[in-house]
Design a protein around this ligand. Structure first.
Ligand SMILES: [Zn+2]
Length: 225
C-alpha cells in the first residue's frame, strides 16, 4: 500500500494495522545518537509521560521506571533497529547434499506493534531449500528475533525474515509463516482474546502449490518430545 501526501487519516491507518513498506521506516539520522544518548533522552520522555498522567515519581516503586523503560527500549525490545546487532551471515557448504526442504518451526516471536507499542507474541515457521549453502539452525531463530525486536507490522516482519534468509542463503526458495497474537487487539479496543493473525511469505519454489503444501503440512505436525 502506498501512502502519499493526500492521505490525511493516519490514525485510521494505524488502528487498522496497515503498514506502509517492507522496510522499517528509519530516518537517515537514525544512528547519529549513541545508544547511551538515546537512553538518556528516552528516560526524560518516559518521565514526562508518567508525570503527565499524574504519577508521583518520587515513589520508590516508580523511581527507577523511566531509566528501566529507556534501557529496555534501546537495548532489548527495539534492539533490532541497531544494524550492529544483526546476526552474522556465515553459511556452511551443504556437505550432505541434502536437497530437500528444511523447516524450522515454532520459533518464538516477541515483537511490538508499531501502531500501539504493545506486544505481538506468537510463533514463526521458516523453511528453505538449500542451493548448496546451509545455515546453523539457531541462526534462523536469531534472524527472526533480530527483526522482531523492532516496532513492527506482522506482514513486514514476515517479509524481512524471508528477504534476509534469501540473502544469506543466496536462494529465492525461502518461506515464512507467522501466527501471532497482538495484545493491542487482545487486551484493548475490540478485546478479542482468542483471535490471532497469520501472515505468510513464499519465495521461489514455495510459490508452487506442491512445495507450499509440503511446508504447510510439516507445520501441522505435532512434535512430541
Ligand atoms: Zn496495534
Amino acid at each position: 500500500m502506498k501512502i502519499d501526501g493526500d492521505f490525511n487519516n493516519i490514525d485510521a491507518l494505524g488502528d487498522d494495522h496497515i503498514g506502509s513498506s517492507s522496510e522499517t521506516p528509519l530516518r537517515a539520522d537514525a544512528f547519529e545518537l549513541s545508544n547511551k544518548e538515546k537512553i538518556d533522552s528516552i528516560k526524560e520522555d518516559v518521565k514526562h509521560i508518567l508525570e503527565t498522567l499524574g504519577l508521583d515519581l518520587k515513589d520508590d516503586s516508580l523511581k527507577g521506571t523511566p531509566n528501566r523503560v529507556a534501557k529496555m527500549f534501546v537495548n532489548e525490545i527495539f534492539g533490532g533497529l541497531d544494524p550492529n546487532k544483526k546476526p552474522d551471515a556465515s553459511t556452511f557448504e551443504n556437505k550432505y547434499r541434502y536437497e530437500e526442504m528444511l523447516v524450522e518451526k515454532n520459533i518464538t516471536v516477541y515483537s511490538t506493534c508499531e501502531h500501539h507499542l504493545l506486544p505481538i507474541v506468537g510463533r514463526a515457521h521458516v523453511a528453505y531449500i538449500s542451493n548448496g549453502n546451509v545455515v546453523g539452525l539457531s541462526k534462523i531463530n536469531r534472524i527472526v528475533d533480530y527483526f522482531a525486536k523492532r516496532p513492527q507490522v506482522q506482514e513486514r516482519l514476515t517479509i524481512q525474515i524471508v528477504k534476509e534468509l534469501q540473502n544469506v542463503l543466496d536462494t529465492d526458495d525461502v518461506a515464512c509463516v507467522i501466527d501471532a497474537k497482538h495484545l493491542c487487539v487482545n487486551s484493548r479496543g475490540i478485546r478479542d482474546i482468542e483471535s490471532s493473525t497469520v501472515t505468510s511469505e513464499f519465495g521461489g519454489k514455495f510459490k508452487e502449490k506442491e512445495t507450499r503444501k509440503e511446508f504447510l503440512d510439516y507445520i501441522q505436525l505435532d512434535t512430541q518430545f
